[in-house]
Design a protein around this ligand. Structure first.
Ligand SMILES: C[S@@+](CC[C@H](N)C(=O)[O-])C[C@H]1O[C@@H](n2cnc3c(N)ncnc32)[C@H](O)[C@@H]1O
Length: 315
């Protein structure tokens, strides 16, 4: 086992207020981009995050290293694709520490050299512009690019993917990282159809969005429609067992049923190897692959414990 240190380029940002509550954040930020504070590294925008965001970035970082190193000689093309990329730098709203977000963590990763392309999608043009400036500053525009893309429009995202990636010879790691359960399953399905060989890491807001809206969704067709679109399944809110669980206020079992329904949709497109990581009580990081080898890599990545020391081991 060799050891490599994770460097998310952390540094203290003295301009961060550090005490912003929900109301202050609503005033001070737009789409979670802080309007007051700029990065101490490059004076560009930063995304305001909770302390738990770091765990997701570590998990991705760990998996990317093991996956890209393990697969580089087996595929002529390995691509990393992110839906909901953010601007590349985050700031911890409690400590004021600034770190690389998922996108910059990927492009700064030593295993980035094994990737053919990294394509980042976000619907916010400011986010896309900022991330592209950051990619340009590190001289990686030939391999990495941020593009405008709305997850509600799978067709436009997949048109870009089929222009940038081989649709037959590539292995692709897809991170979908939204803040709620609004990403339609149709996007997941369309990406799978376009690129064929894909593994997904999906942030599922089970603990926040779904949890808060369960009672309303059972009584409100419009609200239920959002989760049905997310699940790619129109039966969840009509299922007799689920209705009973709702009536008994057994929300914990209902959350598990919701997770199960999502995994069933994944199975319907050929993804049968799963793992679920709960990031505190906020969200799940779902790993879904169509090959057991990917799950082996994932389990290895997970075994490297997040210890706050940014210590990683690779075989
Ligand atoms: C949780 S943040 C992403 C954080 C980032 N992956 C990281 O960890 O550094 C969610 C992002 O989704 C973007 N977003 C929201 N709605 C979207 C949509 N319909 N299509 C694409 N991106 C969207 C937001 O602009 C925001 O940057």
């Amino acid at each position: 086992m060799s050891s490599s240190r994770i460097d998310l380029n952390g540094c203290k940002n003295g301009s961060c207020h550090t005490k912003c509550n929900k109301e202050a954040r609503a005033k001070l930020s737009e789409d979670d981009l802080c309007k007051d504070v700029k990065s101490v590294c490059d004076s560009l925008s930063v995304r305001c995050v909770g302390k738990w965001a770091e765990k997701k970035i570590y998990l991705l970082y760990q998996y990317l290293g093991i996956f890209a190193t393990g697969m580089k000689d087996k595929w002529s093309e390995i691509n990393y694709i992110e839906i909901c990329s953010g601007p590349g730098r985050c700031i911890n709203r409690e400590s004021g520490e600034e770190i690389d977000g998922t996108a910059l963590a990927v492009v700064h990763h030593p295993a980035f050299q094994y990737l053919h392309k990294a394509i980042f999608f976000d619907y916010n043009p400011v986010v896309v512009e900022v991330l592209n400036k950051r990619i340009e500053a590190i001289g990686l525009t030939s391999k990495a690019i941020a593009q405008r893309g709305d997850y509600n429009n799978p067709e436009s995202i997949c048109t870009i993917l089929s222009q940038q990636c081989s649709t037959t010879r590539s292995l692709n790691l897809i991170l979908i990282d939204p803040t709620d359960c609004s990403v339609p399953f149709a996007l997941v399905k369309r990406i799978k159809k376009t690129l064929q060989n894909v593994d997904f890491i999906i942030n599922v807001a089970t603990g926040t969005d779904f949890n808060r809206n369960i009672p309303m969704a059972f009584d409100d067709k419009e609200r239920a429609a959002k989760y049905e679109t997310f699940l790619g399944d129109t039966t969840f809110f009509h299922n007799a067992i689920n209705i009973e669980l709702y009536r008994n206020r057994d929300y914990s079992t209902l959350r598990n049923k919701f997770r199960e329904a999502y995994q069933n949709s994944m199975k319907s497109i050929g993804h049968t190897f799963f793992d679920l990581n709960m990031i505190e009580h906020y969200y799940d990081i779902l790993f879904a692959a169509s090959h057991y080898k990917a799950l082996e890599f994932w389990n290895k990545a997970k075994a490297i414990k997040y210890d706050g020391q940014r210590e990683l081991s690779f075989e």
